[in-house]
Structure formats: C-alpha cells, structure tokens
Design a protein around this ligand. Structure first.
Ligand code: AKB
Length: 315
C-alpha cells in the first residue's frame, strides 16, 4: 500500500521539487503539500503554519498521513536577521512534528539537517561523520540541536527518523531564499540574463554543493532504505562536489565566454568560512548505497540547458 505523505515547507527550494518527485513515485493523491503560502498547480495542498500544532494534528488525521517530510525552516542568512523567530520555527516546529509522529505512531519522518551544523572547531577538509559541532549561526544551532532531538526520539521512543546534512543545493526549478549557498544558483541566472554577477562571497571560499537531482535522490533513497541498515539517526554526511565562486564562474564561462564577475563579500562570507570545504560521506555510501550522479561540469551543462528553456518561455 502506498504511504500517505505530508510535506511541510513544500513551496521552498527543495520542497517544490521533492513534492513533484514523490508524486511521480507514489501518486499525486498520496502526497499532500503544506506551506504558509500557496503556489499554483500544487494540489493536494493545505495551508499550514508549522507552529500551529492543532492544525497539523487535524491535517494528519483528515488525510490519514503515515509519513512526514519536515522541510519548513528559516535558512542561515535570513536566520541572522531574526534569531529568536528562527529558533522558534526551526526547533519548536521540529519538536511539534516529532511529538506528533510519536503520538500518532506514524511510520517515518524526514528531517533535513545541513553543513551549517559544522563550526570553527570542525575539521574543514573531508569532514568526518562524527565531529565537534559548534555552529556559528542560529540556523546551524537549531539544526544541530534538531539532530540531537531526532536521535533522542529514535532511541527513547523508537520513532523512525531519518536525516541528511544537505550541502548547498543547486537547481533550476526555483531560486532559493535566505541561504549562504544561494549564490551558486543566482550565478547561473545572472550569467544567462545579465552576463554579469556580483558575488557576496570571496572568490576562493569553497563549500560543499550538490545538484538538486542528487539531493532528491538521496532524500527518497534514505527514506526508502531498509531501516535495519541505518547506523545514523541524526544527520548523515552527504557529498557530491565542492567548489569556490571562482571555480563555478570559470565553468560557466566555458559556455558563456562574455560572462564577468565581481566579488563584494558581505556578512555571508563569515558564515561560509565557519562551515567546511568538503565532506566525507562514506557512512551514507555504506549504509544505504549513496552515490551522487552530478559533478560541477555535468551540473552546469544541465542547469544552463534547463534555464535557457525556462527563460525562453518567459519571453
Ligand atoms: C544555507 O545556505 O543556509 C543552506 C544550507 C547550506 O543549509 N543552503
């Protein structure tokens, strides 16, 4: 029998693509999108503010939900403008979901963690799975505490919680909002539209990144994996590629030779510097056969191909 899935934050950068992918796999009627705003053609859909626990309980009962992908969160850069609100949404939102999954005995829950859990005491290169976590942003603090809560609910109550530490995610389907890795999506739009990009990070600030297709594959594969094989119930390290703004710029320039760039780092540079450069994801590879499909070259070809189509349809 098909699971009945609820996605929170379904209109976000990952949520939109994940909702579509899950609908392809399990059938549209089995995947309920929820968010605080609505976009067109996203049925079935329910409005949901993740802090409204009563509404969440009602929706889960009304739709006979069996699994939750809990994506609703405020990201690293916007989180710094309103730390207490970010903590409230990110941490209390998660606790509401975990408590509901426990009480209603739902089958599974997915929690997106992030490379933002790492901090200045974390080894920066090929960061291992288990390392000191002293995150510098409230977003990172909320996700690192969230990982601990996931582990607690798994150990104490047997809640089947699964989690990934996403790197920066790059996709053509939508522009991200409020993250530090957003530049790596914006740069493709700017290359095609203006032939110039002003980058808010320094030229050499390397970060772990991943193409959207791989992020969606990783998420669904982890959720579908045999639970007995999983040894990590907080956040799995997950890697595909690492690059700096200058490296992605040079890659795009191979396709658009007239493309130019300026570097004007802002507060997001400090956030990026507090994260790591590259990730050791051997545990994910061993436990549930994780293997990424895209590198910087193949991702750039695919991004530019799709964005050209999208922009030509806008004209
Ligand atoms: C952000 O930049 O805040 C996110 C993330 C790495 O979690 N993309």
């Amino acid at each position: 029998m098909s699971p009945k899935i609820l996605i929170t934050g379904a209109n976000g950068q990952i949520g939109r693509v994940l909702t579509e992918a899950l609908r392809q796999k399990f059938g549209r009627e089995n995947v309920l999108a929820t968010d605080i705003t609505k976009i067109e053609d996203n049925e079935p859909f329910e409005f949901l503010d993740i802090l409204n626990s009563q509404r969440l309980y009602e929706i889960v009962e009304d739709h006979n939900i069996t699994q939750i992908y809990h994506l609703a969160a405020i990201l690293s850069a916007s989180g710094e403008w309103n730390p207490l609100k970010t903590w409230n949404i990110n941490l209390n939102g998660l606790l509401t979901v975990l408590e509901l999954v426990r009480e209603k005995k739902l089958d599974k829950v997915f929690f997106p963690s992030t490379i933002a859990v790492f901090g200045n005491t974390t080894p920066r290169v090929e960061t291992p799975q288990d390392v000191p976590l002293l995150p510098s942003t409230v977003y990172g603090m909320s996700k690192s505490s969230g990982e601990l809560w996931c582990l607690y609910y798994y150990n104490k109550f047997g809640v089947d919680v699964r989690s990934l530490r996403y790197p920066g995610i790059i996709g053509w389907q939508s522009l991200p909002a409020g993250g530090t890795t957003d530049y790596a999506v914006e740069i493709y739009h700017a290359a095609l539209k203006n032939k110039h990009y002003e980058c808010f990070l320094n030229a050499d600030t390397r970060l772990p990144m991943m193409y959207m297709d791989d992020a969606i594959k990783a998420t669904i594969d982890l959720m579908e994996a045999d639970g007995n094989r999983l040894t990590v119930r907080y956040g799995y390290n997950l890697a595909a590629m690492s690059f700096s703004p200058e490296e992605i710029f040079q890659e795009i320039k191979k396709h658009i030779p007239e493309f130019t760039i300026d570097y004007k780092p802002d507060f997001r540079e400090n956030i990026a510097r507090s994260w790591t450069e590259s990730i050791d994801d051997r545990v994910a590879r061993k436990d549930w056969d994780w293997n990424p499909g895209f590198n910087l070259k193949t991702m750039s070809e695919d991004m530019l191909h799709h964005l050209k189509i999208v922009f030509s349809q806008e004209k």
